[in-house]
Design a binder for this molecule. Structure first.
Ligand code: MG
Ligand code: ZN
Length: 224
């Protein structure tokens, strides 16, 4: 019975996600869903990403946390419109569901946005199961986490289009085996693009930004 209930929740979510995808598509908005465990540096990564995309690509952000607007306050400094979602109001959900994204997007002028970035709630489990109407998904892992996270949370890595290994500036201080981490990622998804980055120093951002721009452009070309 429990399985049936979960299936129903996901069916309802998929229908809402399709509505979102349609609405975003009509306005030519590319949606990127950024997921990770808490503390991997998603917000710092997005701060630097926004500064490198602007003004060429008009960005907006929906950021999800159970509580506080700390991340939205940081991201708003980029000048991009930012909507903070607190899932406290939705029972403290540990993910963003499609209806939540639909509601948050209604606070944005989609006609003035090329790229909508969603910073999902820090969690490697259920955000992977909830389609929000996005065009691409990326997962951020930091080198302060276990190398084997990809094999512990395989669904997250299966559904993502790219992986970022963040905080590489810390590598000299750690025993982290980055080759092992890459191996675990490719064990789950053999062709996964992997970007080693430091949101702090900017190292590795050229390749990441190039991939992101290419991915966004590929969709607008396909739609034209
Ligand atoms: Mg954050
Ligand atoms: Zn959840």
């Amino acid at each position: 019975m429990e399985v049936k209930v979960v299936r129903k929740i996901l069916d309802v979510n998929d229908a809402m996600a399709a509505q979102n995808r349609n609405a975003f598509g009509k306005q030519g908005v590319f949606v990127l869903n950024v997921m990770s465990s808490p503390g991997s540096g998603k917000t710092a990564l997005l701060e630097r990403t926004l500064s490198q995309l602007s003004p060429e690509i008009r960005c907006a952000v929906i950021v999800g946390d159970v509580a506080t607007s700390h991340d939205a306050d940081r991201l708003a400094k980029s000048g991009a419109p930012v909507v903070q979602v607190n899932t406290d109001a939705f029972g403290g959900d540990c993910h963003l569901a499609a209806h939540v994204i639909g509601a948050a997007a209604s606070d944005l002028d989609l006609s003035a946005i090329d790229l909508l970035i969603v910073e999902n709630v820090g969690n490697l489990v259920c955000p992977a199961e909830f389609d929000i109407g996005e065009d691409a998904r990326v997962v951020v892992l930091s080198v302060t986490e276990g190398e084997d996270k990809p094999v512990k949370y395989p669904l997250m890595f299966r559904v993502c289009d790219a992986a970022l290994l963040n905080k590489i500036d810390l590598l000299p201080h750690l025993d982290y085996d980055i080759a092992a981490a890459r191996g675990y990622i490719r064990q789950i998804k053999s062709d996964m693009p992997i970007f080693d980055v430091s949101a702090k120093t900017g190292e590795g951002f050229d390749a990441w930004i190039k991939w992101l721009k290419k991915t966004v452009a590929a969709k607008s070309t396909a739609a034209a």
